[in-house]
Design a binder for this molecule. Structure first.
Ligand SMILES: Nc1nc2c(ncn2[C@@H]2O[C@H](COP(=O)(O)OP(=O)(O)OP(=O)(O)O)[C@@H](O)[C@H]2O)c(=O)[nH]1
Ligand SMILES: [Mg+2]
Length: 278
């Protein structure tokens, strides 16, 4: 309880807490007190009055305790752990945040696994979370990798909003083995990216350090004929142009990528290290 906490946030948190749950309990207590004053007499009235006052005091106390700011955590104590998005704000010194967004099956969790040397079960991600990893730089640097299920765009928006570096993952096909270009899949990416951009612009979200469009599954679509590969490169060149309109990040690039290619992953890790040390 006496760990390092952001105590300056306590009053604001307490007001919020009082306005909600315990505020309602406090109101209940006041009603009982009032009933004690107004409708009854003698011992019962005294009991109701004190009882009501006690409920108000208890709920005030509960609100004050509940609103104590959470303990501040050191990044080194969280390495290898998965935390909620809300907990990122309790890390001091703050860590760099990378969100990996995109529709379902595009390879977001696989990328998170590659960057963190972990191995998630190959299942659809349901909720949002942040994985804390460290880089062996001098001094060590830390990163929170934000991942969420691609089926819920609302989760993806939240991740895109909260991060400093944004990675938009794109593929040619939802499959992990089909090399052919699925036109409907490209259309899905077009719509997804359009909505993310709109969300970032409408919410006046802070400018990102960088945005990277990762054109994933190159191990598959890279085996297509030159003409077919041009469909992909035309697609991401157009998307890149849309992303570069406005003032969304200091740098916006597209990167041909495969989670199955160790050198692609190593280059991406280098980019992250560079950002974390600057
Ligand atoms: N061939 C190939 N398969 C990949 C690549 N990246 C991911 N996959 C496969 O694509 C499938 C889906 O990957 P996930 O990482 O679970 O996809 P996701 O984007 O996290 O999906 P949701 O959690 O549903 O949003 C898995 O079978 C991965 O092995 C890649 O670069 N190449
Ligand atoms: Mg996933």
């Amino acid at each position: 309880m006496l760990n390092a906490r952001r105590w300056t946030k306590w009053p604001g948190r307490a007001v919020g807490e009082l306005n909600t749950v315990s505020g309602v309990a406090g109101l209940g207590g006041s009603v009982i007190s009032l009933a004690g004053w107004s409708f009854t007499t003698g011992v019962m009235a005294t009991g109701l009055t004190y009882g009501g006052a006690l409920i108000v005091l208890l709920s005030l106390g509960t609100a004050l305790v509940r609103s104590i700011p959470p303990a501040i955590k050191k990044p080194e104590d969280l390495v290898g752990k998965t935390i909620s998005l809300a907990e990122i704000g309790n890390i001091s010194p703050p860590v760099m945040t990378l969100a990996v967004v995109g529709p379902s099956m595009v390879g977001k969790t696989t990328l998170k696994d590659r960057l963190s040397f972990t191995d998630s079960a190959n299942i659809r991600t349901q909720d949002t979370s942040a994985y804390i990893a460290s880089f062996q730089t001098a001094p060590p640097t830390y990163i929170a990798i934000l991942d969420g299920g691609g089926e819920r765009f609302s989760h993806q928006f939240k991740l895109a909003e909260q991060c400093q570096c944004l990675c938009v993952v794109i593929d040619h096909n939802a499959s992990d083995s089909d090399i052919e270009i699925d036109a409907q899949r490209l259309e899905k990416h077009r719509e997804f990216s359009r909505q993310i951009r709109q969300y970032l612009d409408d919410g006046s979200v802070a400018r990102k350090i960088w945005v990277r469009l990762l054109i994933n599954k190159h191990d598959l679509w890279g085996t297509l004929s030159v003409e077919k590969q041009k469909i992909i490169s035309d697609f991401y060149t157009e998307e890149l142009a849309y992303w570069r309109q406005g003032n969304r990040a200091a740098s916006i690039e597209a990167l041909v990528f495969s989670n199955e290619d160790a050198s692609d992953v190593a280059k991406f890790v280098e980019k992250l290290k560079q950002t974390a040390t600057n």
